[in-house]
Design a protein around this ligand. Structure first.
Ligand code: C5P
Length: 293
């Protein structure tokens, strides 16, 4: 029996066998060419250094593709417009499917946030960040608790790959304190102060090490914006459009309120991925933010 082509296993449903691989070889991932409205392939959506949004039409929404099945993730991505959103790939899909779905999304013109939260000795994190940067991702992250040497090594590695490839520098951001942790967890793990104090301390360390921003709750955003200035990127999950279900999120905020609090990018999963009409749900959110697509 023929072994299934490992690359074609990433083929979104509805695409003919072989289309994904041949499209990749040719620099386009659609057998019929890029979809209408898509930006040029090869990361050309990122026209600026470190992928900063420079106009209101650049996407603020990062769709969290939290699917156990990479096929489902790619099928959804195939319906989305790179001009309307960035995409987030996390540990779950990466462990199952490896880098191939990320390459597919990048080649399709999407800004990809690779959310693998690296935390290890500086050399290991630097190598992992370099490998992520070589995938052409727009944003990647590490744990700020790895310390200054690890953060600086990550920054140096990412910048070296960008220089080597002549492309824009990926945004390198850090996780401060996981929002699943509270003040009692700080005490249990020997940290002084509250979780909010630790988050601010680690955000300062992140900025001091030359990273571009942090993942934070939109509630923390005003304090971090004040402390760290206008160019420090704030990436906020826990977003729910008015009237949508909370799921397992506890402290939620609307997209408009998150932006008003100073967030640069909004990580949104289920309100889009589980909607009956994901494309329409994303369009509604973008419209509520005054974005064009
Ligand atoms: O479906 P939902 O919009 O709740 O998904 C939010 C995304 O943001 C998920 O990928 C989740 O892992 C991530 N996230 C979060 N809270 C954090 C950090 C990340 O919900 N504090």
């Amino acid at each position: 029996m023929a072994t299934p082509d490992p690359v074609d296993r990433m083929r979104p449903p509805g695409r003919p066998k072989g289309a994904y691989r041949s499209a990749k070889r040719e620099g386009t991932t659609s057998a019929a060419g890029p979809p209408q409205g898509a930006r040029p392939l090869g990361g050309a959506a990122r026209s600026d250094v470190r992928g900063e949004h420079t106009s209101p039409s650049d996407p603020r929404v990062i769709v969290a593709l939290d699917f156990a099945s990479p096929m489902r993730a790619l099928a959804l991505a195939d319906r989305l417009d790179p001009a309307a959103c960035a995409l987030k790939v996390g540990k779950e899909m990466f462990v199952v499917a490896g880098p191939e779905p990320v390459r597919w999304m990048v080649a399709r013109g999407f800004r990809v946030f690779l959310d693998l939260k690296f935390h290890d000795i500086p050399n290991t994190v630097a190598q992992a960040c370099a490998a992520a940067a070589r995938l052409g991702v727009w944003m990647l992250n590490v744990h700020a608790a790895g310390g200054t040497a690890m953060l600086s090594a990550a920054r140096t590695a990412v910048d070296a790959v960008a220089a080597e490839q002549g492309g824009p520098k990926p945004l390198l951001i850090a996780v401060t304190v996981l929002t699943s942790l509270g003040d009692a967890d700080m005490r249990d793990t020997g940290m002084e102060g509250t979780a909010a104090q630790q988050a601010l301390r680690l955000a300062r360390l992140t900025a001091g090490s030359g990273l571009d921003g942090v993942v934070c709750s939109a509630q923390e955003a005003p304090a971090l914006r004040t402390a760290l200035g206008p160019r420090f990127k704030l990436v906020t999950p826990g977003i729910r459009p008015a009237g949508s279900v909370k799921d397992d999120q506890s402290r939620i905020i609307t997209p408009q309120a998150a932006i008003a609090n100073g967030a640069d990018y909004l990580v949104i999963g289920r309100p889009i991925t589980q909607a009956q009409d994901p494309v329409g749900a994303l369009a509604d959110i973008n419209e509520s933010l005054g974005a064009v697509p």
